[in-house]
Design a protein around this ligand. Structure first.
Ligand code: F6R
Length: 261
């Protein structure tokens, strides 16, 4: 995988937004897979700025959601559907029908998961999938020991993830849903380009295990090593436990040669 160390979260957001802009310039109706949480917000802000400045036309872009809480009432502001509409779809000036995501309020959750996997394939597959990473190494909500071949399905969050996400629910652990629908690792690996952004020292252990450890389901993000085009963008904090930084800093110095960026 390609690892790029950037000075800070803003630089990471700018870099990845430019990769998305380049994709949209050559494929205006690209299917962009988006993640939620705090980490990708600088990406969405930078991409929105590019669109508003006329640097890229995103009017035909399509947006696919990575995961969703199960059981939140429709329209709950912390549902991932509401979050993606607020942070991505509306700022980019897209219609809600440019957006697709799993149905977290479906009565038959398993059928909703299978339908979402099918819908992604029928849409031609995800061109660029943004990913964050959990402090426990999860991608999407594929918690440790998720099968690397897994498809979109229901998962139970770990206590660590519930604690990490309580900040979106006024710090109240009891308000964090216990279950989620997430694209499986196998589903995620079908995207044409995976771009993971990690910022802050709190992600340093997970990043080191992902990049320099073995491929192992106990570190779900390590599955990126199996993908032919995976890019991991980290700030200094998230890079602080990597050992091979001399190579990764070299990559940053040779910006024009970055594969796909
Ligand atoms: C959210 C998602 C999660 C987050 C991860 C990191 O759609 O897929 O994997 O990316 O939990 O969250 P933040 O960015 O809030 O630290």
């Amino acid at each position: 995988m390609e690892v790029v160390i950037v000075p800070d979260a803003k630089a990471g957001g700018e870099l990845i937004a430019e990769a998305m802009a380049q994709l949209l310039r050559r494929k205006p109706d690209a299917l962009l897979g988006v993640a939620t949480g705090s980490t990708p917000l600088p990406i969405y802000q930078a991409l929105t700025a590019k669109v508003r400045a006329g640097e890229v036309d995103a009017s035909r872009a399509r947006i696919a959601q990575l995961d969703e809480y199960v059981g939140l009432p429709t329209g709950h502001p912390e549902s991932y559907r509401a979050t993606v509409l607020r942070e991505v779809v509306e700022p980019l000036g897209l219609d809600a029908d440019a957006f697709m995501g799993p149905d977290g309020s479906a009565e038959d959750v398993q059928a909703a998961c299978e339908a979402y996997d099918r819908a992604l394939s029928e849409a031609g597959g995800v061109d660029l999938q943004l990913l964050g990473i959990g402090t426990d190494g999860h991608i999407g909500f594929n918690e440790p020991c998720s099968s690397i071949a897994s498809r979109t399905r229901i998962k139970t969050l770990t206590e660590q993830t519930i604690a990490d996400n309580a900040r979106f629910f006024d710090g109240d652990l009891s308000q964090v849903p216990r279950h989620v629908i997430t694209q499986g690792i196998g589903t995620i690996l079908e995207a044409r380009h995976l771009v993971l952004l990690a910022t802050g020292e709190g992600k340093a252990d997970a990043v080191a295990a992902t990049v320099e450890g073995p491929v192992a389901s106990v570190v779900p993000a390590s599955a990126l090593q199996l993908h032919p085009h995976a890019t991991v963008v980290v700030d200094e904090g998230a890079a602080s436990k990597l050992k091979l930084t001399q190579y990764f800093r070299h990559t940053f110095a040779n910006k024009p040669e970055w594969q796909g960026l």
